[in-house]
Ligand binder design. Structure first.
Ligand SMILES: [Zn+2]
Length: 406
């Protein structure tokens, strides 16, 4: 992600200032979808003519459009509206144990296309590359005619080294030391950025979902293959020194816990699992989307819930509470979002879970944290992967090639 060879802050000559200001303006319009020039002036603290010049340059770079506003009821002169161009796109890729999903996502965060390619078995890296290349080849004439593709983002269910997009370990895919970014880049002739799926997810929720506006955002997702997590600070992924931060699934919660595939025992992901919940409710893994409705209906049934369901929920909640208490004490986040079946556990009794975590955490951090559920559903990883691909453009809009006129 970050270029560690460069210091975080450098001296600012005038060109750096201009490029930084371009990034600030593009970031605001990217995040809001549409923004008036007056709002940009207020939000950036820059003067009107500077904002005008920056917007003109972004228009020339082909990244935003500036349109006259339609009739307005506001008093005073209507201000032109800036929108990110929808023909500037990123390709999003998410390999999973049973499918490869490929998306086309616009600079305003809209998912324009989402293609799920089911695989008969867990795909190898080569198969993923072939599937993505075939899907993109099928769209190539449309892409050439109507879109400008800035890059590819890959959300991987595993540990991904930020510097070069190598998947160090994706246990459920059975991948180890796979240079997925390099392989896709060679096949597609585009820049490729890869990251852990929950890390991509936290970016998406922070930009367009339930985490909008949160300065310190933590995301935990529970899926078929365990519990992943990500941390975003001020809208930027916090990946740690090499990109592996946020593995809350492997925080220690139970000294008498089961052995985890990571080699330790009693990890959150061995103690809080979706499979036993599904089994008690008579659902198999293909019906995981029915879990929440089934669970809430079971808890509300007139004769009362089964003791086994109550016990399992209590057990899982208590381990989830321990993990979240640790998260709150260690990071003092503003907001913690829960996705997948962790969102379902939260939905069972949000007030109680929140109260137990907050009262167990230290005062201060425990008082100020909020909890919620992720919002973006099945678009989450497409939007998140695209965010990875857009990052170089958002960080330095002047680095993109100016599109040919016409
Ligand atoms: Zn573990």
């Amino acid at each position: 992600m970050r270029d560690s060879s460069r210091p975080a802050r450098r001296g600012n000559n005038l060109d750096d200032v201009r490029r930084n200001n371009l990034a600030v303006v593009l970031e605001i319009s990217h995040a809001r979808g549409r923004v008036s020039r007056a709002e940009l002036t207020r939000a950036t603290g820059l003067n009107r003519s500077t904002v005008g010049a920056l917007v003109a340059e972004l228009v020339e770079l082909g990244l935003v459009d500036e349109t006259e506003p339609s009739a307005t009821n506001q008093a005073g002169r209507p201000s032109p509206v800036i929108v990110p161009r929808e023909d500037v796109v990123a390709i999003a890729v998410n390999p999973e144990v049973d499918a490869v999903t490929i998306g086309l996502v616009a600079l305003n965060g809209r998912v324009l296309k989402r293609i799920r390619y089911d695989t008969a078995r867990v795909p190898t890296p080569e198969e993923v590359v072939n599937i993505v290349a075939a899907v993109i080849a099928g769209m190539q004439s449309e892409l050439n005619a109507s879109y400008r593709t800035v890059g590819v983002g890959v959300a991987v269910p595993g540990l991904v080294r930020a510097a070069d997009g190598v998947v160090i370990l994706a246990p459920h895919l059975g991948w180890r030391d796979v240079p997925i970014a390099e392989m896709l880049s060679a096949a597609l002739k585009l820049p490729v950025t890869a990251a852990n799926d929950a890390s991509a997810g936290v970016l998406a929720e922070g930009q367009y979902g339930a985490g909008r506006g949160a300065r310190e955002l933590v995301y935990l997702n529970g899926g078929a293959s365990g519990i992943g997590g990500g941390i975003a600070l001020d809208g930027e992924l916090f990946g740690g020194t090499a990109g592996y931060a946020g593995e809350f699934g492997h925080t220690f919660v139970n000294s008498a816990g089961a052995r985890c595939h990571c080699g330790a025992s009693g990890c959150l992901e061995t103690e809080v699992r979706r499979a036993p919940l599904l089994a008690l409710l008579g659902l198999d893994s293909t019906r995981s989307e029915e879990l929440e409705e089934a669970l809430l209906a079971h808890l509300a049934r007139p004769e009362g819930p089964d003791a086994a369901v109550v016990d399992l929920l209590k057990r899982q909640m208590s381990f989830l509470t321990i993990a979240l208490r640790n998260v709150v004490n260690a990071l003092n986040p503003e907001l913690v979002l829960l996705g997948g079946f962790l969102g379902t556990l939260y939905a069972v009794d949000p007030e109680r879970l929140t109260a137990e975590i907050s009262s167990g955490a230290l005062p201060g951090a425990g008082d100020s944290v909020r909890f919620g559920r992720s919002e973006l559903g099945n678009e989450l990883l497409m939007v998140g992967a695209a965010q990875l691909a857009f990052k170089p453009v958002l960080d330095d809009p002047a680095s993109v090639a100016v599109p040919p006129a016409g």
